[in-house]
Design a protein around this ligand. Structure first.
Ligand code: NDP
Ligand code: 5RP
Length: 475
């Protein structure tokens, strides 16, 4: 192997790393590849003869580093946490001033901020970058959310611009802010992804348990929805999931899959950060909690037995055009509210961390390549495009009209589900948030009174400035 041929390197030849490397090679760049199990790096070249000239596998980290031209650009695509620190520690002594380390996996943005600090003043550079789109996105065009020093971005921009997804010919990649900005945005992307998926699953639950529809019929409804406001990758794949037949049993595939959702932690990171920022991302939280409860299957089965005698009300859902349209409208409305929560978390994090996150650009680069890609994101991009500051998506004129129109459908679906005993935690959370958000006179005055009574925490009055304490009757 000749020294210094590769334009960029990828460490980690798993699902994402291998596909990202193939994408890079296909776009005409020479890519060095390395893996904990080195055989996988060599297999990538052997298995892809059409791209072999552009794939430079390395047995050792030393060979890998030698194969890169300078400044060296090294992408890590390994599991979040310790593996990233370990890989960084191993390669750092082999790198030189100006070289760039890029963590392209999912990461807790706090780790990214910490890692960015460790390279400060060393001559090395660090980028934390969220990549979304799963296996196919990595291979043919993901959405890429970049964080790090602005001056470092041009060192990776030519490659990233070529490998990213395109929306109307614009690459779905952008530098979003310093240190952890890219990974924070990816984390919120995943929190929204959880909410989108949970709300779709809840509508599936209504169709299955309230309307007694067969999966094939549900698939047809989701396909229909995919031609309108809900048009998105997740609605599209839901139709595919529901239409699939298990080759072993001949049953619908969804019926042989155990109802326990996995999770790798990114949704949890999103709601933890939203909580820390004092932003109620309650729809995202409901989605994370629902995954947690789903995994306690035996406990749920036992509880089902304990409450077998509890009568839920008669289902008031109807399997007709009007009934399906009500579900569609409820899902659209709850989706707007979930995105409003995710965007509120990003706006708060931007202020907190001094990132100046370009919220409109984020919607733009999410329009293609990523898991939550949808037509709806183009509407969000347009809301931010009008030059005016968007306080909250729920206050953007286009969305005010849509939510005002759709809220009654959401209200009816949540109410009917509650009466029928069909759980819709994310849809309910979205509705509750909306009602709380639009209520001018809330109930925190009572909370303040209680806090002042038991802890002399003080409160503020409408008719005077400053905090006061009241002498409440002794209890
Ligand atoms: N899969 C997806 O849809 C997406 C994943 N991501 C993120 O991308 C990253 C990679 O995910 P993915 O490709 O799916 O994961 P995989 O499990 O498919 O691959 C993991 C890779 O990391 C290597 N690896 C694992 N542990 C270590 C370690 N301790 N030290 C060094 N290398 C290690 C593995 O090497 P070996 O071959 O030796 O086991 C393998 O090459 C993660 O951060 C993930 O969250 C982001 C977006 C989408
Ligand atoms: O980042 C992703 C998509 O955007 C990954 O697919 C991630 O693994 C999804 O999260 P989880 O595994 O928790 O469902």
């Amino acid at each position: 192997m000749a020294d210094g041929q590769a334009d960029i390197g990828v460490i980690g030849m798993g699902t994402m790393g291998a596909n990202l490397a193939l994408n890079i090679a296909e776009k005409g760049f020479k890519v060095a590849v390395q893996n904990r199990t080195p055989a996988k790096a060599f297999a990538l070249k052997d298995d892809n003869p059409e791209l072999a000239d552009n794939i430079l596998p390395a047995e050792t980290l030393e060979d890998f580093v030698k194969s890169l031209n300078t400044p060296r650009r090294v992408i890590f695509m390994v599991p979040a946490g310790q593996p990233v620190d370990d890989e960084m520690d191993k390669i750092r002594p082999l790198l030189e001033d100006g070289d760039v380390m890029i963590d392209a996996g999912n990461a807790d943005f706090n780790d990214t901020v910490r890692r960015a600090k460790t390279v400060e003043g060393t001559g090395l550079k660090f980028i934390g970058m969220g990549v979304s789109g799963g296996e196919l996105g990595a291979r043919h065009g993901p959405s890429i959310m970049v964080g790090g020093d602005k001056d470092t971005y041009p060192l990776v921009e030519p490659v990233l611009t070529k490998i990213a997804a395109r929306f109307h010919d614009a690459p779905c990649v952008a530098w979003l802010g310093t240190d952890g900005a890219g990974h924070f945005v990816k984390t919120i992307h995943n929190g929204i992804e959880y909410a989108d998926m949970q709300m779709i699953a809840e509508i599936y639950g209504v169709m299955r348990d309230g309307l007694k529809l067969e999966p094939a019929k549900m698939a047809a409804i989701f396909r229909d929805w995919n031609s309108r406001e809900l048009s998105s990758y997740l609605i599209e794949i839901t139709a595919v999931n529901l239409d699939e037949t298990d080759p072993q049993t001949g049953k619908p595939m969804v019926e042989v899959i155990i109802d326990e959702a996995g999770q790798k932690g990114t949704g949890r990171w999103a709601v933890i950060e939203a909580q820390k920022l004092g932003v109620g991302a309650t729809t995202l939280e409901a989605a994370v909690a629902a995954r947690g409860l789903s995994s306690r299957r035996e406990e749920r089965e036992h509880a089902a037995g304990l409450y077998a005698g509890v009568e839920a009300g008669q289902s008031q859902f109807f399997a007709d055009e009007a009934g399906f349209s009500e579900l569609e409208s409820a899902l659209v409305t709850a989706k707007i509210i979930a995105y409003a929560q995710g965007y509120a978390a990003m706006a708060a994090a931007s202020d907190e961390n001094g990132w100046d996150l370009p919220l409109g650009t984020i919607a733009e680069i999410w329009r293609a390549g990523c898991i939550i890609r949808s037509h709806f994101l183009d509407d969000i991009a347009k809301a931010y495009d009008k030059g005016q500051k968007v306080v909250n998506i729920l206050q953007a004129p286009d969305f005010v009209g849509r939510v005002a129109k759709g809220q009654s459908a959401l209200r009816r679906v949540v109410a009917k589900a509650a009466l029928a005993g069909i759980p819709v935690p994310a849809l309910s959370a979205a509705l509750a948030y909306f009602d709380d958000y639009r209520r001018a006179r809330g109930t925190a005055n009572l909370t303040q009174a209680q806090r002042d009574l038991f802890g002399a925490h003080t409160f503020r009055r409408f008719d005077a400035d400053g905090a006061v304490h009241h002498k409440w009757p002794a209890v």
